[in-house]
Design a protein around this ligand. Sequence first.
Ligand SMILES: Cc1ncc(COP(=O)(O)O)c(C=O)c1O
Length: 451
Amino acid sequence: MPIEVTSPSALYSEHVNPQWVKLLDVLGMNVSYTRCSGSELFTEDGTCILDFLSGYCVHNVGHNHPSVVAALKEELGRSGPAMLQSHVPEAAGELAARLCKLAGGRLSKVFFASSGSEGIESAIKFARAHTGRTGLLYAEGAFHGLTCGALSLMGNPFWREGFGPMLPGAEQIRFGDAQSLEAKLSTRQFAAFIVEPVQAEGGIRIPQREYLQTAQQLCRKYGTLFVLDEVQTGMFRTGKFLAAHHYDLNPDIVILAKALSGGLIPIGAVLMSDAVYKSVYSSLKRAIVHTSTYSENGLAMRAGLATLEVLERERLGKRAIERGNELRRRLRETLSGYEMVRDIRGIGLLSGIEFQAPSKISLRVAFDAFQRIHSGLFGQMVVMRMFRDEKILTQICGNNFMVLKAAPPLIVEETQIDQFVVAMGRVVELIHSSSTFWSDALGLARRALNI
Ligand SMILES: Cc1ncc(COP(=O)(O)O)c(C=O)c1O
């Protein structure tokens, strides 16, 4: 019997997540996309929206890259063994070899997963098995995923509330603070220090080179594994294959996901040293002691191989550096002098525009009213304006609501960088000069929250 559809999002609202639909409706962002290509998203009514979010750093090669789509069609067309769980998936070997070569250092083995969170969960298990310790250290501001183990490595109560207890032995330290790291590590209770080399959701926080190098040295000194979460920063997002390469790091474990399969198939990969790998798969008896059904499936592996080829062939790392530098230079030029713009920072094509509370009294009153309603309201209103007025998709950082993230696909064109900068300039001007920005937003928030 056919299911009666009353509106395009009605079934989703009824059976998946009504609150999400409501939120998108309130923000005027609930549009129906019919085609996505490169950096452009086309809606039902023919509007073209420029993507400066990339699905949180998933679409590094652009939406539906023809080479990745062709590789997937070919894989489907050959009716091969997608997942037998009782054979050697050759494409997984091929993809692992290419990942290890690109990553370098001590990373020579790969465990494949189906998401970033599953990669983090696996890294926790591997680190515990290798060190025989249970403690886990993570940095304040981190985002590692929302499964229980990964969530235990995130201090923000917003994500944790109602889901405890968290993993015992997980402890938070300040990001960028080598002294407190050493104080913890010296207890020799920690299996791993798990850290994003550049915190993405934390607000595009780029640490000092010395911090990460010291952190690695300290981990080695005290027998703790140095684990880098490159779920957002990997796959040339910051210009190099890994952000670790900017800092000359040699981690014990690296977690990749998101952009690895061209944004088309779920994937995750945990790269590690031989020694770590052997601690888990130590004998014939333990050959499948840690596995996951979809982890080495043919489509994900083919998508991964095709994506790597595109990233290298189109030299998207070099492009990320050049376009990223240009983007930030132009943003600084356009936005300097506005009192609510505190900083513009980034690396490669991972950039953040940080806002701050205004001091001018008229702006301050409105801003404080926003803060009283919700600390994310101001940022969300900027996102809404960018979307509705400027037809550009952006988001604020998940753990730092005052930072607007700009992370377009790495294939972004110069003209699209221009379009973003001009749009940002108009929205920032509106924030500072027009009461409409504030009054519209307050009205909308009150209606949505019934206050
Ligand atoms: C740095 C980082 N690590 C891990 C994750 C979790 O990845 P997933 O959502 O694929 O589970 C995310 C997701 O945004 C992330 O940004």
